[in-house]
Design a protein around this ligand. Structure first.
Ligand SMILES: Cc1cc2nc3c(=O)[nH]c(=O)nc-3n(C[C@H](O)[C@H](O)[C@H](O)COP(=O)(O)O)c2cc1C
Length: 192
């Protein structure tokens, strides 16, 4: 079959906790970022930007998550705190896809958010095409003001997706997908 269709028909997410090295090299990462930026964008507003975390910065991200967890949890649990510190510890590259609010007279925020979602999906596809596993997550950290500030996000910015990229030891198993019969209707005109 067509290789693009093969890729799209077989794409699966890994679990972030299973993603380890190797990850994309600098050229491959640039390709992933470039493909991420090549999405439909009504009005060409570029209502998104990317924050990349890799290498030694991953350790600092773990510290940020621990500190934010301590502040957010009424009674922080040591094991959970440890897990937050290690959440991305083995992931080679994490890309925070940031949705930016670009005030516009004609183009609503909703469409700008949709465009940021398309960025996340494009990155997943690019990662798979390069032979890597990836997952799009959010979780509490995407909504925690302390984490967002540490990553340099402004008040008008949100995390659309946390894209973790690397390699998994095990092949990814398929999961059930919705039956088209349950989600597709063919509209045949308004009824009287
Ligand atoms: C906006 C968004 C946020 C998500 N956040 C999480 C998350 O925090 N944790 C998680 O396990 N999966 C999350 N997912 C789901 C995974 O990305 C993925 O869809 C799921 O593991 C199923 O795998 P699949 O891509 O093969 O269907 C999220 C998906 C989307 C679209």
């Amino acid at each position: 079959m067509n290789p693009t269709l093969d890729l799209l028909l077989s794409r699966r997410s890994a679990l972030t906790r299973d993603i380890t090295a190797p990850g994309p090299d600098p050229d491959q990462l640039e390709t992933i970022l470039t493909i991420g930026a090549r999405v439909p964008d009504h009005g060409k507003l570029t209502p998104w930007r990317f924050v990349v975390v890799e290498g030694e910065a991953m350790q600092q991200l773990g510290e940020v998550l621990q500190q934010a967890y301590d502040k957010a949890a009424p009674e922080p649990e040591p094991r959970r705190r440890e897990a937050e510190g290690r959440r991305f510890a083995d992931v080679p590259v994490v890309i925070f896809v940031v949705s930016r609010d670009v005030p516009h007279i004609k183009i609503p925020r909703w469409e700008q958010i949709l465009s940021a979602g398309a960025v996340c999906q494009n990155m997943l596809i690019a990662a798979k095409a390069l032979g890597y596993a990836a997952q799009w997550t959010s979780d509490w950290l995407s909504y925690d003001r302390n984490v967002l500030e540490a990553l340099g996000l402004g008040e008008d910015e949100q995390v659309a997706g946390v894209i973790s990229i690397g390699t998994t030891a095990e092949a990814l198993e398929e999961r059930p997908r919705p039956a088209l019969a349950d989600i597709v209707t063919y509209w045949s005109g308004a009824r009287a």
